[in-house]
Design a binder for this molecule. Structure first.
Ligand code: SAH
Ligand code: SF4
Ligand code: F3S
Length: 469
């Protein structure tokens, strides 16, 4: 059994004291920050914490960089182009810094955890003065204090894997929230950099998760998405005394919680108990994001995914037996080293037979330090591009097929937003199973649940009409 370590109350209090001191100094100065977030929901959630901390220190959010006193990039490094893009973004701030010498420019997130990256960036960009990694968010007050005193600061620590609870947060979505249940990843899929930059897998305590959900639901939030790189292995290290399906039962009855979602699910750990929980708990949504990555056994093995095509298909089949209206979404990588045309066609045939509601598809991108980056038989870029196009064309057809089965469907939709069109206001939102529908209605209904009947389909979504309000 693994012991999870938590950041001590004393340490958190001392950071809090620094934050309060900074807030005092900032009084009346109207200082503003921009936090720009790249990557997945983990980073989105981390940015909410960072913004909460900055608010406590007397800064307020702006979306206009020219108006900002602090600009922070929360980075991702899961694929290659992110790095080039970041370099461009940071380079472009040089002028702004010259006009406004007091401007603090910082970089955080997964990319900063890559070996040597933080030092390289600090050296290359003299206008950057703050760099920190994913495991030290609770130390932001101390870091910012040093930067405000004229230092240039780096804090990235790849061994530092403790959990900090009760950090401030700024959430701007009033209906829906992400809640981390675990951090890090131990799976070491051979293509993936996440375990190297996010550290060892560690699970939060059930009571901390439940308390967070209780307070979110009290504030009016009705939809919670539990987050982890592999939620199905929650508690597998024995540290929490609870499995993922038990956790679902433990939080599902929180008052006010209408929809409970989770992501991502790793097929190797999706147990019968979890499937039963989806089938029986009334507010667990009928949608599973189940990344398959490839439809070919040899490639799955080389990816170190630890399931076969057949095992994947049998999970899909079993879940459809238990939950007939369930929808699946997935992630797929094409052009993994050694992927032959035949292996690629296995991916196409899997996509054809499962019928995903949507697929997030990627060309394999070698990440330094991972096993797959060292494999021979790397696939040429044009081949990857062509396979990606073929796969996307197939999925586009499957999406339309899937959408067509919804004509006449009636169900509850949580309204997420609206588009003002020339002649009509279109509201949009999702059914429990993640299908998106557009329908005419009054924007005052934003964040509410309404019943919608599907009357037609659009390229990627459903069209409908409200049958109550
Ligand atoms: N933990 C999640 C995935 C997180 S990364 C899971 O295992 O399901 C999100 C997606 O990015 C992955 O599912 C994969 O499809 C893609 N990805 C990760 N590393 C990649 C790489 N080196 N090249 C291309 N795509 C990659
Ligand atoms: Fe990466 Fe695999 Fe972990 Fe997902 S499960 S984060 S793909 S190593
Ligand atoms: Fe990117 Fe880090 Fe997420 S590398 S995909 S932001 S865990």
């Amino acid at each position: 059994m693994r012991q999870t370590t938590f950041i001590s109350k004393e340490e958190l209090q001392s950071e809090q004291a620094i934050a309060e001191a900074i807030a005092k100094e900032n009084e009346g100065l109207d200082l503003k920050y921009v936090v720009e977030t790249f990557g997945c929901q983990m980073n989105v959630r981390d940015s909410e914490t960072i913004k909460g901390e900055l608010n406590e220190m007397g800064y307020t959010e702006t979306f206009d960089k020219s108006d900002a006193d602090l600009i922070l990039y929360n980075t991702c490094c899961v694929r290659d182009h992110a790095e080039k893009r970041l370099m461009g973004n940071i380079g472009a701030l040089k002028e702004l810094k010259e006009q406004k010498p007091g401007l603090i420019i910082g970089i955080c997130g997964c990319m900063m955890q890559q070996e040597g990256m933080a030092k390289k960036l600090l050296k290359r960009f003299s206008h950057v003065s703050l760099i920190f990694g994913t495991n030290v968010l609770h130390r932001l007050p101390e870091l910012l204090e040093a930067v405000r005193n004229g230092e240039r600061v780096i804090l990235t620590d790849r061994s530092f894997d403790a959990i900090a609870e009760d950090l401030p947060q700024l959430r701007d979505n009033p209906r829906s929230a992400f809640v981390n249940i675990m951090y890090g990843c131990d799976n070491y899929c051979s293509y993936c950099i996440v375990p190297y930059v996010r550290g060892r897998e560690r699970s939060r305590a059930p009571k901390d998760i439940r308390n967070e959900i209780v307070s979110l639901c009290k504030s009016g939030i009705t939809e919670i998405t539990l987050l982890g790189q592999n939620v199905n292995s929650y508690g597998n290290d024995g540290s929490t005394g609870m499995t993922f399906s038990e956790l679902l039962h433990c939080v599902a009855d929180v008052p006010g919680l209408k929809r409970l979602r989770f992501m991502s699910s790793h097929p190797k750990d999706l147990s019968e108990d979890v499937m039963q929980a989806i089938a029986t708990l009334p507010n667990v949504c009928h949608h599973v994001h189940l990344p398959v990555q490839s439809g070919n056994d040899e490639i799955l093995k080389r990816m170190n995914r630890r399931y076969t095509r057949e095992a994947y298909l049998s999970i899909v089949k079993r879940l459809r037996e238990l939950v007939p209206d369930i929808e699946f979404t997935t992630d797929i990588i094409v052009g993994f080293p050694g992927e032959t045309e035949e292996a690629f066609s296995d991916t196409l045939s899997l996509v054809d037979s499962v019928g995903f509601a949507a697929a997030f598809t990627f060309a394999y991108s070698p990440r330094a330090g991972t096993v797959a980056a060292r494999m021979e038989e790397q696939i040429p870029e044009p081949v990857k591009k062509r396979r990606l196009r073929e796969l996307n064309e197939l999925q586009a057809r499957k999406t339309v097929e899937n959408n067509q089965t919804y004509i006449g469907h009636v169900g509850e939709v949580l309204i997420e937003g609206f588009d003002e069109r020339a002649d009509v206001t279109m509201l949009y939102g999702k059914y429990s199973n993640f299908k998106m529908v557009y329908f005419p209605g009054n924007p005052a209904l934003l964040n509410q649940y309404v019943t919608v009947r599907v009357t037609g389909i659009n390229k990627n979504s459903l069209m409908g009409e409200m049958i109550d309000a």
